[in-house]
Design a protein around this ligand. Structure first.
Ligand SMILES: [Zn+2]
Length: 166
C-alpha cells in the first residue's frame, strides 16, 4: 500500500523571489503584512484596473491616471487597504506621466523588491501592509532624497487634508 501525503502550503507570505543568496540585503523586510486576502477577495474589492496593477503588477499608461497632474494638499493612501503611503508635500512634477514622490510618508510604509522583469533591473515598491504593487523607485529624483517613487494612480487614493475639504 502506498500512502501519499500531500502537503499544500497556502502561505503566500512564505514565497520569495528566486534571487541569489548574495542579494539578501535587497530582500524586503516584510514587516507587518497585516492585510491578507485571497486573490478572489481582492478581485471583489478592487476595480479590474486596480486589480491588474495592485495584484498582478501591471502598469497604467503614462498620462492616463488620476493623479499624475494632481496638486492638492493631503495624503495618498493605498487603494487596496487604505494605509497612508505618501504626503502631497513630497510630490513633484517628474514629467514621466505618473504621480511621483521623493519619499514615502513613513519609511516602513513601503517595501522594496528587486525586479528583473522586462529586461531591466528595477526596484519595485509595494504597500507594506497588504503587499499591493505600487510602482518603482528610481535614483533620479530631486533633493533631499534623490529618489523618485514612480507610482500608478490606480494603486493610490487621495485623501484631502483635514479641514480643507470643500
Ligand atoms: Zn495596501
Amino acid at each position: 500500500m502506498v500512502i501519499l501525503t500531500v502537503l499544500i502550503l497556502g502561505s503566500g507570505c512564505a514565497s520569495h523571489y528566486p534571487t541569489p543568496a548574495a542579494n539578501n540585503q535587497t530582500m524586503p523586510k516584510n514587516p507587518t503584512s497585516t492585510v491578507q486576502l485571497s486573490e478572489e477577495e481582492w478581485k471583489n474589492k478592487l476595480t479590474p484596473e486596480q486589480f491588474r496593477i495592485l495584484r498582478e503588477k501591471g502598469t497604467e499608461r503614462a498620462f492616463t491616471g488620476e493623479y499624475w497632474n494632481h496638486h492638492e494638499n493631503g495624503k495618498y493612501n493605498c487603494a487596496a487597504c487604505g494605509a497612508p503611503l505618501f504626503d502631497s508635500g513630497s510630490k513633484f512634477d517628474s514629467g514621466c506621466g505618473w504621480p511621483s514622490y521623493f519619499k514615502p510618508i513613513e519609511n516602513n510604509a513601503i517595501s522594496e523588491h528587486l525586479d528583473k522583469s522586462h529586461g531591466m533591473i528595477r526596484t519595485e515598491v509595494t504597500c507594506s501592509k497588504c503587499g499591493g504593487h505600487l510602482g518603482h523607485v528610481f535614483t533620479d529624483g530631486p533633493a533631499p532624497t534623490g529618489l523618485r517613487y514612480c507610482i500608478n494612480s490606480a494603486s493610490i487614493q487621495f485623501v484631502p487634508e483635514e479641514g480643507k475639504v470643500k
